[in-house]
Write a protein that binds this ligand. Structure first.
Ligand code: ZN
Length: 306
């Protein structure tokens, strides 16, 4: 009987030790999983963000330069720089550019700490993103001018406001927020505060608007970065965006917006004629519902597609 009892106690001690061992292992295993899963999840999220930002930045740069080879190199470099700045290791970054799509793959080996107990030392995580360049549907901040749709080359100088009528009674001015020279001058300086959409109709502002056209000088004076048409700061006041149309205008009329074009205004080109505004055609990224159905004339937006 005593022998039986002592045997039972011994068995129970053995069992307790066994349970403690199993419990410790499970606890340790769970800690390992939680700690290392956390590291993996964090690394993956960082890579996803890096790939997304890199693809968007690369796509935005894709339209800016007119030469295709230089453009692709610049977009690729931008994507790599942005991915690195967002924490992706350089050796794991792959950038592919096809037509107007920039794809970025990022991968990274994550060193594991606790899982080494089980012989697992690292885990590879990866992320993929792709962004395309598309025309925009709307623009907020247009200048009260418009031109007829025409093929435009980067850097081409275009007359945006005429000193003599372009069509009967029209010098290129638009009436936004109502008619009158005060509205025209204000919108020339600051841009129209409401978004204008493709296919919107906008009233023209007939007449030369000789005096209020000097609003453009107030606008240009706000650039303090020495911007030029091929090297300007985003949002530079020397850049104006205007709607394009296909209408034959007759006096007091309206246009139907068929696209948006951006110009770097050069006031020196019109020194002898203060009621004229000329600008160099430029391309730039802009906000405004990018969509593959919208024409890319001058303004484009980047959109994540993968
Ligand atoms: Zn500027």
């Amino acid at each position: 009987m005593l022998n039986y009892l002592s045997g039972l106690i011994r068995d129970q001690r053995g069992m307790s030790f066994f349970i403690v061992c199993v419990g410790m292992t499970a606890l340790f295993g769970m800690t390992a999983l939680v700690t290392d899963f956390g590291r993996i999840a964090l690394a993956r999220q960082r890579l996803v963000n890096a790939a997304d930002s890199a693809a968007m930045a690369g796509a935005r740069d894709l339209c800016f330069i007119s030469d295709p080879l230089t453009r692709e190199l610049a977009a690729r470099q931008r994507a790599i720089d942005v991915a690195k700045a967002n924490g992706a290791p350089e050796e794991g970054i792959t950038v592919n550019i096809e037509n107007s799509k920039v794809s970025v793959d990022a991968q990274q080996d994550v060193n594991l700490i606790m899982s080494r107990v089980f012989g697992i030392t690292h885990r590879n995580v990866s992320a993929h993103a792709a962004a395309t360049v598309e025309g925009i549907r709307s623009y907020q901040g247009i200048a009260p001018l418009s031109i007829k749709e025409q093929p435009l080359e980067f850097g081409q100088m275009v007359t945006l406001k005429y000193g003599a009528p372009d069509s009967p009674g029209n010098f290129g001015a638009l009436a936004l927020t109502g008619r009158g020279s005060r509205n025209y001058r204000y919108n020339l300086i600051y841009g129209f505060e409401e978004p204008v959409y493709l296919n919107d109709t906008v009233d023209t502002e007939p007449g030369n608007m000789n005096g209020p056209t000097d609003g453009i000088d107030e606008r240009l004076s706000r650039c303090s970065d020495g911007c030029t048409y091929d090297n300007f700061r985003p949002g530079c006041p020397k850049i104006i965006v205007i709607p394009m149309h296909r209408d034959d205008l007759q006096g007091r009329d309206y246009i139907t917006v068929t696209g948006f074009a951006a110009f770097f205004v050069d006031r020196e080109a019109t020194l002898s004629q203060s009621d004229e505004i000329k600008g160099y055609f430029v391309r730039m990224a802009a906000e405004g519902s990018p969509d593959p159905d919208n024409p890319i004339i001058s303004l484009y937006g980047a959109r994540l597609v993968e």
